[in-house]
Each structure stands twice: as C-alpha cells, then as structure tokens.
Design a binder for this molecule. Structure first.
Ligand SMILES: [Zn+2]
Length: 156
C-alpha cells in the first residue's frame, strides 16, 4: 500500500517539535494520509477551504503557484461550482477531468458570481509531500506532545 511508503517519509521530515498552526486533525494518521493520496486522482486546486454551517466552501488561502492562483481565485471567495458540479461532488472525487483541460470554476465574490478557468493538472509529488508533512506535524504530532491521554499511556 502507498500509505506504508509515505509514513517513513513523513516521519523523516519531523526533526523537532513544531508549534501547532492547524487545529487538531480528527483522523488517525494512516486514514489521514490515505485521504491525501486521493489528491493524486483529481486536478490540483491549491486552496485551503473551510466549510460553513450551510455547507458552503469558503476559500481561506490560495497556494502560491497553484492552479487556483493562476485562475485568479482569492481567499474569501465562496465556491459555487467546479466543472459544473457542486463543490462537494468535486471534493469527493466525482468530477471527470483530463490533464491539460480547463475546468470552469464559479465563485461568489463581493456578492457577484464570477467564472474562472482553471487548468487541470495533477499535484506535483514534491508539493504533495510538503503538504502532507506539514499537516502531519501541525495537525497531529504537535498535539501529541500536549495530549494528557498519550502521556498517561507513556507512563504506564
Ligand atoms: Zn490529518
């Protein structure tokens, strides 16, 4: 399984404890990494999204150099559709696409809908490795040091 190949790599990236910059991830590390693997099977957007109580996807940050940036996406945009499908479908991997094609992305910005064109491409491996490594450190390992449950386990 790919997960087994990734874990040693991620752990090798963990040189020293890092302050948490992400909220704790609710998934165990293996499940979480497996979920990141799915990014290889869909076009790379390059945004961090936050879902509100109504289920809308708000862009909270755009990765420099990512297709989302090239398409003109900005933090604060609310995703309306990707490739003419609801964003939730797209994030669940139910969009058809081909590398090199362009996908229309409709966002809501300042109360107006805008259609942006994103070039479909798979995430580069080094970028994916960095994203996973950072998330594992900030969303998982950073909290292990302060988790009283794990301290109890260590003491026994
Ligand atoms: Zn996680």
């Amino acid at each position: 399984m790919r997960v087994r190949l990734w874990l040693p790599l991620i752990l090798a990236l963990v040189a020293s404890p890092v302050a948490a910059a992400e909220p704790p991830c609710p998934l165990d590390i293996a499940t979480c990494v497996a979920r990141y693997q799915l990014m290889r099977e869909r076009p790379w957007l390059g945004v961090a999204v936050d879902r509100d109580s109504l289920g809308a996807f708000h862009i909270v940050s755009v990765t420099p150099g990512a297709p989302a940036e090239a398409a003109g996406m900005k933090s604060g945009d609310v995703l309306q559709s990707i490739s003419e499908k609801p964003p939730a479908d797209w994030f669940a991997g139910r969009a058809s696409w081909k590398a090199g094609d362009h996908s229309p992305i409709v966002v809501l910005r300042d109360g107006h809908e805008r259609t942006l064109q994103m070039r479909d491409q798979v995430i580069p491996e080094d970028v994916l490795a960095k994203i996973i490594g950072t998330h594992i450190i900030e969303g998982h390992l950073a909290y292990m040091h302060h988790d009283p449950t794990s301290e109890q386990i260590e003491n026994h």
